[in-house]
Design a protein around this ligand. Structure first.
Ligand code: SF4
Length: 93
């Protein structure tokens, strides 16, 4: 891979999420579990949603791509999706 792919947005697939929470352990500034034990993204706006969210719209917009990738990789059911600036899926590859 010649150029590094930067993470621009994130999504949680609520249907797949089983509330196992290693994503919260890996990146608690970004993920938390809601009342249904599904992972949600902590938006700067105060919203807590699983929908696709721009990294810049996260409460912790400065989180490193390595940490986000580690969180996505920690999910046992691959419910965390990462996208680049063009909207292409980076993970799961
Ligand atoms: S690690 Fe995956 S299954 Fe577990 S809470 Fe996070 S998104 Fe859901």
């Amino acid at each position: 891979m010649s150029e590094e792919k930067k993470i621009a947005s994130i999504k949680v697939d609520r249907d797949s999420c089983i509330g196992a929470a290693p994503c919260v352990a890996a990146a608690g500034s970004v993920f938390e579990l809601d009342a249904e034990q599904k992972a949600v993204l902590k938006r700067k706006s105060g919203e807590r949603v699983s929908d696709q969210t721009g990294k810049i719209d996260l409460e912790d917009g400065d989180i490193s791509d390595d940490t986000l990738l580690a969180a996505a990789q920690s999910c046992p059911v691959r419910a965390i999706y990462l996208y680049d600036e063009s909207g292409n899926q980076i993970f799961p590859a």
